[in-house]
Design a protein around this ligand. Structure first.
Ligand code: IFM
Length: 445
């Protein structure tokens, strides 16, 4: 086979989030939630997570040695602003150290400002259900833009507004453990509104072109975009529920930053409709998080399952690379270039990931060849990490982590080598294919 080259300047890297890797995040709502019996699978707690708070420099060295040229991370709001309006100088300095380390290693930072966790004070005043959060977030973003603008150009305002809202307020499996679709829609709306505000603030306050490419700010948010299909294609209710889910989860969230209209509705919930001029056109790139296709089964528990017989990862999510190509094409309909802010496979034994990685990246190449402008690909994740209510069960790392002793060396997986071969060549080459095809057959295939 011939090489599949990617555009010059393509960003290759991995993505992480603060709470999932740093450890010791005692001042946010997830830390408190993890203490609730039954909240996390196996009673696990983030605890020291990967110990990345102390080991970031060594971890970035691994990424750089593998040919990465970018890295997506998040700033932990509760560290930087432990009380409203008060900023912790030591923690502020810590993230300067992190950014300096990324620079030394030649990794362009892509900084997420909200990745699921909230300072305790924010959660206690109503969190993302209370409209005040939009002002609170704006103030935090303004602080970050002024403080770190000289080191950061790529900003990701919020991560997966729809996942954040549905898990916390509809399914009730994340904090604050609410089961109310109307409240979930309000939370999505607040996240989108906060994104619009943040976008304007970043462009107004961050005037420094940190990487000298002519742009001081490139901002967007990360959208989780699963395929959603009826499990039983003949069943009117499966089809109807899949339709409503696609509409609110994918289409309505896609539309909001394009024309500034937030219009969220699902049967049985109060519709949320807002027209926000500051949200219209408020993104420089479409952040795509793609993992899987969900087959929807109406009024069942579970209501989302993998396609029967499909290859699945350790969390029972279908591995469906064609869906990635479709999601990229859908993202491009926003009219903006696409940045793959996440894509990955939970696979503790690295049996499926090497092959899947090749298949996903080849699907992305097809999308690019078909005209989709893709700026880069950030693999989830550099390290195994704390997978929210699944505890340490979903192992997504190019590198394995020994959670019994995070000081031990990271375990380099075959996937890291496959990814390195692609990133270094900026192409899917035969050498990468040779490494990637060694994975064992997919479970359930
Ligand atoms: O670990 C998460 C991440 O925090 C957000 N996107 C999906 C990942 C895998 O579930």
């Amino acid at each position: 086979m011939s090489d599949l080259p990617f555009p010059p300047g393509f960003l290759w890297g991995a993505a992480t989030s603060a709470h999932q890797v740093e450890g010791g995040n005692t001042r946010n709502d997830w830390w408190r939630f993890e203490l609730v019996p039954g909240a996390i699978r196996g009673g696990e707690k983030s605890g020291e997570a990967c110990g990345h708070y102390a080991r970031f420099d060594a971890d970035f060295a691994l990424a750089a040695a593998d040919g990465h040229n970018a890295h997506r991370l998040s700033f932990e709001w509760s560290r930087i602003e432990p009380r409203p309006g008060q900023f912790d100088a030591a923690e502020v300095a810590h993230y300067h150290d992190v950014l300096a380390s990324l620079k030394r290693h030649g990794l362009t930072p892509i900084v997420t400002l909200h990745h699921f966790t909230n300072p305790l004070w924010l959660a206690d005043e109503g969190g993302w259900e209370d409209r005040r959060v939009v002002d609170r977030f704006e103030a935090f973003v303004r602080f970050c833009a002024r403080e770190y603008g000289g080191e950061v150009d790529w900003w990701c305002t919020v991560n997966e507004p729809e996942v954040f809202a549905f898990r916390g307020w509809s399914e009730g499996v994340w904090p604050p453990r609410v089961r109310d679709d109307s409240r979930a829609l309000t939370v999505i709306a607040h996240q989108l509104e906060a994104h619009g505000r943040a976008y304007r603030v970043l462009h107004a306050e961050d005037r420094w072109d940190a990487d000298g490419d002519g742009a001081a700010v490139r901002a967007g948010f990360a959208k989780h975009r699963p395929q959603l299909e009826a499990l039983r294609a003949w069943h009117p209710l499966d089809r109807l529920v899949a339709h409503f889910e696609r509409r609110v989860f994918n289409e309505a969230v896609d539309r909001a930053p394009v024309d500034g209209v937030i219009d969220l509705s699902i049967p049985g919930a109060t519709r949320v409709r807002r027209v926000l001029p500051e949200l219209a056109g408020a993104f420089d790139w479409y952040g795509l998080n793609y993992y899987t296709r969900w087959m929807v089964k109406a009024f069942a528990d579970p209501s989302h399952v993998a396609r029967p017989g499909a290859p699945r990862n350790d969390l029972d999510w279908e591995i469906f690379p064609d869906g990635f190509e479709q999601a990229l094409r859908a993202a491009a309909r926003s009219g903006k270039p696409v940045l793959v802010t996440e894509n990955g496979v939970a696979d503790a034994h690295d049996a499926l990931r090497p092959r899947a990685l090749l298949d996903f990246i080849t699907a992305m190449h097809r999308a690019i060849a078909g005209g989709v402008p893709v700026l880069g690909y950030l693999h989830w994740s550099l390290l195994d990490n704390f997978e929210w209510s699944d505890g340490f069960h979903g192992r997504f790392g190019l590198y394995g982590v020994d959670f019994t002793d995070t000081a031990r060396p990271r375990q380099r997986r075959t996937s890291a080598e496959v990814f390195a071969r692609i990133a270094r060549a900026n192409a899917v080459t035969d050498a990468a294919r040779a490494w990637g095809s060694g994975g064992t057959a997919a479970r359930g295939a």
